[in-house]
Design a protein around this ligand. Structure first.
Ligand code: WTA
Length: 654
């Protein structure tokens, strides 16, 4: 039996638009062959684009499942992201163009950023933070988040950013696991017009996180001394950021870091269990993120690059902070929600700041589809030249919508596959070279090796299988903080005894052109009458229907078939969810894929349960479809969504 069956055939393809390809940094595929011949030499070349304090002795030391990159080399990440740009003509270039949700704006040049980072590095040092110490960062999307990360990097402290939407319990657990000394937070941040009370959450968290001795509070709310309602300052422990910065010296010598010294820990909750502290190191991570930013986004000096991800996620780390800044790029940073005050906020931002590269997530794109094309149509998006997608499989219909309504049919789309663990993009088109196909992340990047295997470890030439990474990459995680055994068990135990094979947990198919199509997490694969069905393909068939904006498909126990399909569907604005539409959708899936994928149930939902990073949580939908008590809902963006769905489902069944 195949590990995953292939159901859907997507035949559209898009060569790089001629004007784009002509001007692109990489416009032939020679780089793939070059990198394949000698991947170490390729990555060494990429590392040489960075500034090293001392050269490395060896490029890769690989004792599976552990790998080290550029050992013996000394480097500082903050120097690479800031100092070397202020020595040249980029000194006065905008590094960060920031916009708050209420509409306030700030632009930091590279020189501004340099001074802020140095001063804050001294602030941290004055509180006793040094090399190897852990620092928690629990901030809204404000420039101080970037400053704090880079200041840690400058002095060799290990940052651990906790997404500002997380609860006090999440902050507490992460601070305890990392044994952080300092937490950097804010009185609040803005989200849909409301203040998220970060400092109050932090206070709750810290009541049970005794390792944290100092709290630094960024004042985000207006008013002189800060608003007591949002920030009750505890004597001796709590300090206002702006007060500490007033007296800080801008002279802060950077710590020379070993290439393999830890740069940061980032926790991923996964779908179950205790969060894993993913450990990234300095030289390899910076090499991987800088190189992929340059290649995948075809970055040019005059680009305005907007990665919409929060700094609390790996995408924010790699493509809002380290990758673009290492390249001296101008980045847009936005604090708030995409529908505040109106549903055109993203397009308004793109127009006003002249964004040229937009990197966002399928969950956002599907929301834009649901809201309708009138919102982007109100704005001049003609400066956009490249679009990116990350975080989930992008359904072909959403891809086409993005291409037409945002990209004006002229922008290539890079569908980038990677993970918190890989640190940098692994599978993606090169926009000036690759013929793209909607829904496919295409091929591994130069220097990256991925394969498709069955569960016995045999190669799957074409068809469905399990994704495997067959060679270490410089930006890959090195371990799980404090739990190397879990690292080995989670990522290197899928194919018995073959510790050189990294298992990312995703199912995929490979087509006759060697393109990869990610089909979703293997935990989500359904088994209907012996057919192993990935969620992505059935969902994509549903999204192809003009009334559907988003769909999630799960399996529910079935006497005869083993599992039957249950689909949860949100419709586009202006569509009425009727029982006729339900029947039509079932037939639509049969026509697209075949009777095997016919959903037994379709439930119309106002919203789908998602993690805070926007991934659909199918595990909870399975609980609903099978009438079980709901599992852990604390990692949901909006727990009320799932409760409402459950009620609705039970009503229908009853
Ligand atoms: C999924 C986000 C299909 C995948 C950078 C992966 C994708 C998980 C894509 C990692 C893509 C990410 N196509 N699936 N382009 N990008 N995924 O750690 O299941 O938040 O394993 O990192 O997201 O999510 P994470």
């Amino acid at each position: 039996m195949a590990d995953i069956d292939v159901l859907l055939n997507e035949n559209r393809s898009f060569p790089p638009p001629e004007p784009f390809a002509r001007a692109a940094q990489v416009s032939t595929d020679a780089i793939y062959a070059m990198a394949q011949k000698d991947p170490d030499a390729y990555w060494a070349g990429a590392a040489r684009n960075l500034e090293w304090i001392a050269p490395w002795k060896s490029v890769l030391d690989w004792t599976p499942p552990h790998a080290k990159w550029f050992t013996g080399g000394k480097i500082n990440a903050a120097v690479n992201c800031v100092d070397r740009h202020v020595r040249g003509p980029a000194r006065n270039k905008a590094a960060i163009i920031w916009e708050g949700e209420p509409g306030d704006r700030r632009t930091l040049t590279y020189w501004d950023l340099y001074r802020e980072v140095c001063k804050f590095a001294n602030v941290l040092r004055s509180l006793g933070v040094g090399k190897g110490d852990r620092v928690g960062i629990y901030l809204p999307m404000v420039p101080e988040a970037v400053v704090a990360m880079l200041a840690c990097a400058r002095i060799g402290a290990i940052h651990s950013v906790v997404f500002g939407g997380f609860s006090p319990e999440s902050v507490r657990d992460r601070m305890n696991d990392a044994q952080a000394k300092v937490l950097i937070t804010a009185d609040g941040g803005y989200r849909r017009g409301q203040v998220v009370p970060l400092k109050r959450n932090a206070d709750k968290a810290l009541a049970e996180a005794p390792s944290v001795k100092h709290v630094i509070v960024v004042q985000r709310r207006p008013g002189g001394g800060g608003d007591e309602a949002f920030a009750e300052m505890r004597e001796g422990r709590d300090h206002w950021y702006h007060r500490l910065m007033q007296n800080a010296s801008p002279d802060a010598p950077p710590e020379p870091m070993d290439s393999e010294d830890v740069l940061f820990i980032l926790y991923t909750s996964g779908t179950t269990g205790k969060p894993k502290g993913i450990v990234h190191t300095t030289g390899g991570y910076l090499t991987g993120t800088a190189e992929t930013t340059r290649l995948v986004f075809d970055l040019r000096d005059d680009d305005v690059f907007w990665c919409t991800a929060d700094v609390g996620w790996v995408t924010g780390h790699s493509y809002l902070v380290y990758g673009p800044l290492a390249n001296g790029a101008t980045c847009v940073m936005y604090e708030g929600a995409p529908d505040w005050p109106e549903r055109d906020r993203f397009w308004d931002i793109c127009e006003r700041h002249g964004v040229t590269i937009l990197y966002t997530a399928p969950t956002a794109i599907r929301a834009f589809m649901k809201w309708g094309e009138s919102h982007p149509a109100k704005h001049d998006l003609s400066r956009l030249r490249l679009l990116g997608s990350v975080g989930e499989p992008i359904n072909p219909e959403a891809w086409i919508w993005y291409h037409e309504n945002i990209g004006g049919k002229r922008c290539p789309i890079v569908d980038t596959w990677w993970q918190t663990e890989t640190g940098a993009i692994v599978i993606s088109p090169l926009p000036g070279v690759t013929v793209t196909k909607p829904g496919s992340a295409t091929r591994p990047l130069p220097g990256c090796s991925a394969d498709l295997l069955d569960s016995a470890g045999n190669r799957v030439e074409t068809g469905g299988g399990l994704l495997a990474l067959t060679r270490p990459l410089p930006a890959m995680l090195r371990t799980i903080w404090g739990d190397d055994e879990r690292y080995v068990k989670t990522y290197f135990s899928k194919w018995d005894g073959r510790k050189n094979l990294y298992f990312p947990g995703d199912g995929a198919k490979r087509d006759k052109d060697g393109y990869f199509w990610i089909l979703g997490r293997v935990d989500d694969v359904l088994n209907v009458a012996g057919h192993r069905i990935g969620t992505m393909e059935v969902e994509s068939a549903l999204v192809e229907h003009p009334s559907v904006a988003e769909a999630a498909v799960v399996g529910k126990a079935h006497e005869l078939k083993g599992q039957a399909l249950a689909a949860f569907v949100t419709v586009r604005d202006g569509t009425r969810p009727t029982s006729e539409l339900r029947d039509e959708l079932k037939q639509f899936v049969v026509d697209k894929i075949g009777a095997i994928a016919r959903p037994d149930d379709i439930l119309f939902a106002a919203d789908l349960p998602k993690t805070r990073s926007g991934k659909i949580m199918r595990r909870l939908l399975r609980d609903i479809a099978e009438g079980r008590a709901l599992g852990d809902t604390t990692t949901l963006a909006d727990p009320s969504v799932v409760a409402a769905l459950k009620e609705q489902y039970e009503e229908k069944e009853g």
